[in-house]
Design a protein around this ligand. Structure first.
Ligand code: SF4
Length: 360
């Protein structure tokens, strides 16, 4: 029988589960401490938890449900992990080093159905959603890797920008967020977590209505519908007007800044007139919007797209600045490894002839 990951339970869910089976609430605190603070990898190592409780947990749950299939380390300290899940599927997780800390980019689905035309991840259709346990475990696996190096380093930030559309896996996503934020566990501050969506408008509204205080990024990539539909087919179903309605609801409700992600594709969406159009689209939302420009990482499968020239990147940036739009350019990580999201996984799957299905 496949066991569920213990990491998929929030503290309250664990406490309730134990209570229903005759164990006191403090057992949940002990187990939580062993999982997230002392970070043991076996129930048997939870020394002050009584034998009956350890046996019960071992019978129903696993601490480790995935294994490292491949790890690539870049000269800038970026580590890209390819994990093999219990059902054989492969997923990617990335550890990045920044001046401000260590961030982990997690995956939320096996494959993706959004089909952005530039994306290596979206080449393989979604075969399933990840459970909250599998999303938390990615962070824990990276933390265990850091623990093993003995430098007392801790994951400080999380970006939900790996393979998949997080809002298409909403329940597991929000459960995951509650688990990693919990101050009794990993205690990653809400403001240190960013969720990125391709723009599922209804879910943006639903997200605004939760009590979660995490940052939101939206993949815009184009300032008008014609161009956006060409780059992201989701725009046909959810055009920019609908998306911006949801953005307005979110801004009004939360008063938190959002990031608009904009991938720069040479000669496609990187001209000064596109920057001007983008500034106009942002309009009076300026105080609550930051544009993050992402120089494109070419992938073999999408040879129609090239990276913008440095001149075009600077020109786009300057045009937005002149229009009083807050703008940044994303720094590259792991340029000497399979840096583009999904690249490592799609390469591995091609190598083993597993395109589109579980990599058993
Ligand atoms: S960019 Fe994100 S949403 Fe778009 S296809 Fe790739 S994984 Fe899916």
């Amino acid at each position: 029988m496949t066991k569920h990951s213990i990491y998929g339970l929030t503290f309250d869910q664990l406490a309730e589960w134990l209570l229903e089976r005759g164990h006191k609430k403090f057992r949940a605190s002990q187990v939580w401490e062993w999982l997230y603070r002392k970070r043991v990898r076996s129930f048997a190592d939870m020394e002050d938890v009584n034998k009956e409780c350890v046996a019960l947990l071992s019978e129903h749950f696993a601490i480790e449900t995935m294994e490292v299939h491949t790890r690539q380390e870049s000269s800038d300290g970026t580590n890209k992990f390819l994990f093999r899940l219990q059902d054989g599927n492969l997923i990617e997780t990335v550890l990045m080093r920044h001046k401000y800390g260590l961030s982990v980019c997690v995956t939320t689905q096996v494959g993706c159905n959004i089909g952005c035309s530039f994306c290596a991840s979206g080449l393989l259709a979604k075969s399933r959603d990840l459970t909250s346990g599998e999303i938390v475990e990615q962070v824990m696996k990276v933390q265990h890797f850091l623990d093993g190096r003995g430098n007392e380093e801790k994951v400080s930030h999380i970006v939900v920008m790996g393979i998949g559309e997080p809002f298409d896996n909403f329940v597991h996503l929000t459960n995951f967020l509650r688990i990693v934020i919990d101050h009794k566990g990993l205690a990653i501050g809400s403001r240190r977590i960013t969720v990125s969506t391709s723009g599922l408008a209804k879910k943006i509204v639903e997200f605004a209505d939760t009590d979660l205080q995490v940052n939101l990024a939206i993949s815009l990539h184009a300032p008008n519908n014609d161009l956006r539909t060409q780059i992201m087919k989701i725009n046909k179903a959810i055009p920019i007007e609908k998306l911006m309605e949801a953005v307005d609801y979110y801004l009004e409700k939360t008063r938190r800044r959002i990031t608009l992600e904009y991938i720069l594709l040479r000669g496609v969406n990187d001209r000064p007139e596109h920057a001007l159009e983008l500034a106009e689209l942002i309009g009076d939302r300026r105080p609550l919007v930051n544009v993050n420009l992402i120089p494109y990482n070419p992938v073999d499968e999408h040879s129609q797209y090239q990276r913008s020239t440095q001149e075009a990147i600077t020109g786009f940036y300057d045009t937005l600045k002149k229009q009083n739009v807050s703008v940044s350019v994303r720094l590259e990580h792991g340029a000497d490894i399979d840096a583009a999201c999904g690249q490592l996984r799609s390469k591995q799957m091609k190598r083993s002839g597993e395109a589109g299905s579980a990599a058993v």
